[in-house]
Ligand binder design. Sequence first.
Ligand code: CTP
Length: 399
Amino acid sequence: MLQGKKILIGISGSIAAYKSILLVRLLIKAGAEVKVVMTPSAREFVSPLVLSTLSKNNVVLGLAEADEWANHVMLGRWADLMIMAPLSCNTLAKMAHGLCDNILLAVYLSATCPVVAVPAMDEDMWHHPATRQNITQIAAYGNHIIAVGKGELASGLFGEGRMAEPEDIITYITEHFFRTEELKGKKVLVTAGPTHEAIDPVRFIGNHSSGKMGFALAEELYLRGASVVLVTGPSHLQTAYQGITIQSVVSAQDMYDACLDRFPDCDLAIMSAAVADYRPESVADQKIKKQNDHWSLNLVKTKDILKQLGALKKPHQFLAGFALETQDERANAQGKMQSKNADIIVLNSLNDHNAGFGVDSNTVTLFHKSGAEEYLSNRPKKQVASAIVSFIIKHWYAQ
Ligand code: CTP
């Protein structure tokens, strides 16, 4: 999402300036073009050399460099987004009052792009009425503000005032400024994770699914503009994107109910959860005590969610499923696509030890009902998600 985006980082004097080094690195890794402007006091906290090396651009330090004028107006117009991180109490006050006594403030005042302020200061300064008023004032000017965090502060005290973490800043700017509109207006349902089928109050039947593939798909769809509901079985994962609606469920029946409830309102559904195929016929009220050497459980089939959605699917709806196969992979995957009336099926390759449950990467083959197929060699699940979404868009809009 950040590929080719022009981001200007404004650093003012604060201990938190060390976090800007990581912020620059993450932005460059995400494909952004980065330039850095620093106030004179910021140089006491981090070296311009580190920032120029990481950003691959000279750091702008003053209104004039040697005998050349630093064109703050063009710099402010060059950027797609300006991030003031860290924003010190002093620079905040100057922004609130329109002061222009250094290069950073000159660039800020001439910036035509959105500006995101990421404050950092000690708790007492953060809570001072003057700071509160300055924050309200710069928000009224149209600046975006990423709230401070709570934790250990430079003073050694514990409280509010910590600069947001670089990863959270990236999430914020991606969500607020760089979502595309490819899927704007589309409502999407995604399932993720395992299901837990209760045996008694303390035991269940489950599987090793982590939910990573489903979460990656939900985030990719959201960043392409869709409105996303993620129905997830028990998983330790969370999404950083506040716009994604999460519905947590436990059993296959819960997931079935949630999906049937949501599907009529959706344009696209992707069933990537590893749903249990069987559940105990009855759930004991009390913990089952150990007795004989052998114990058998009576299991009954769960309802097949993908199949049911396939039966209910309307012509405008697009349905995607997954297949996990250990033999006759292609034939079985294509058979599932047909029998469950899915438009595409994603075949997980279990023969690759870097793919599947729990790991961060996956190797898959995508099949469309038209006969089109695409093999995706092993790659991070986020990239797999992106390729799956592109495959869906290509075939959905062509049908
Ligand atoms: N699925 C589902 N509801 C179930 C079982 C599976 O919606 N009760 C969905 C999965 O989310 C996946 C697809 O069906 O999208 C295929 O799941 P998979 O486990 O590969 O196959 P099954 O249909 O369960 O068949 P089998 O276990 O015999 O291979």
